[in-house]
Design a protein around this ligand. Sequence first.
Ligand code: BEZ
Length: 409
Amino acid sequence: MRQALGQAFQQVKPASTGKRRILARAAACGFTLAVAGAMPAIAQSKDGKLKVGLMLPYTGTFAALGNAIENGFRLHLNEQGGKLGGREVELVKVDDESDPAKATDNVNKLIKRDNVDVLIGTVHSGVAMAMAKVAKDSGTVLIVPNAGADAVTGPMCAPNIFRSSFSNWQPGYAMGEVMAKKGHKRVVTITWKYAAGDESVRGFKEAYEKGGGKVIKELSLPFPNVEFQALLTEIAATKPDAVYTFFAGGGAVKFVKDYAAAGLKKSIPLYGAGFLTDGTLEAQGADADGLFTTLHYADSLASARDNAFRLAYAKTFKLQPDVYAVQGYDAAQMLAAGLSAVKGDISKKAEFAAALKVAKIDSPRGTFTLGKNHNPVQDFYLRQVVGKENKVISVASKGLADPGRGCKM
Ligand code: BEZ
């Protein structure tokens, strides 16, 4: 099962195969699906179905993340018999390619051409910010199932925008506290140069320097480049006590392997936001063994709720779930909570938002609520890679809320 997930990073599916698989899966789950750009879109649901626009990456370095989010969303929908809040659901999909330059056009297609009632997306922070702008301007409900862009639940926050995942600040801040407590005094950071990388490092630095450490160098390369060699040479020459990093998906696989191949793993401990080792372990192999990361999910939570989720996910998709699958599942749970309160009438935006503000989401990660800025208030776990699992070591930050800086709602 994990082998299949690892392969997802290497394979670029031909469109026809992908479409066939999508159709087969939709049929298996018993609900309707239209793939934007691939099949004629149904202009407006005349049959009372709720049209949900899934805008996710299905190609590129984050393709596996987009697929896991969709799987998680489908799993909850399937468990509810294909209905949320009493409404049958129709999914309309767009591959956003993690490309911010195409994001506004893509989200406008979903809203104006496909007439979706709700938007679910996406993975990449830059794309999510474009989605949030359109959602805010148009009043369309948006649930972000991954992208941590601080602005989405900060200055861009809005009554109709929610997140089922995290802000980039959160896992970074949790790791800053951990590394300061471990006594590392001088740290180098390395990441992709875009909102998620910058904000993850900023969150890390805030807690780490408060705890007495010093970030001595901040290294970066453009997203989604994976030519790490020159930067690894610079890390070796700088000789920090440790390294903090944000990478995810295919880039995280390559970074962990290159870090080990450069001989750095033995001499300079590598830490990261948990995306470094989530959904990636099969492909990273022994090079990931022993790495410490912080995240709001882990493979060994072993709660009854998580066990049931993991079993159902594995049975349905023949894959092990990861944090992205959980976030997709919880996006569906959040949508269901809001819709139930308005008896499926998504036009009742104020009541929909009021219900989510007080909702307790029964997540596989543990129950969470939303903060005033609509971002999850949740525990962050310190995890260590042991035997191809992200094992929980401790709760690094209990009930950590994003500060929601700049959010006025
Ligand atoms: C982001 O762009 O916000 C992001 C992408 C992958 C994993 C985590 C965050």
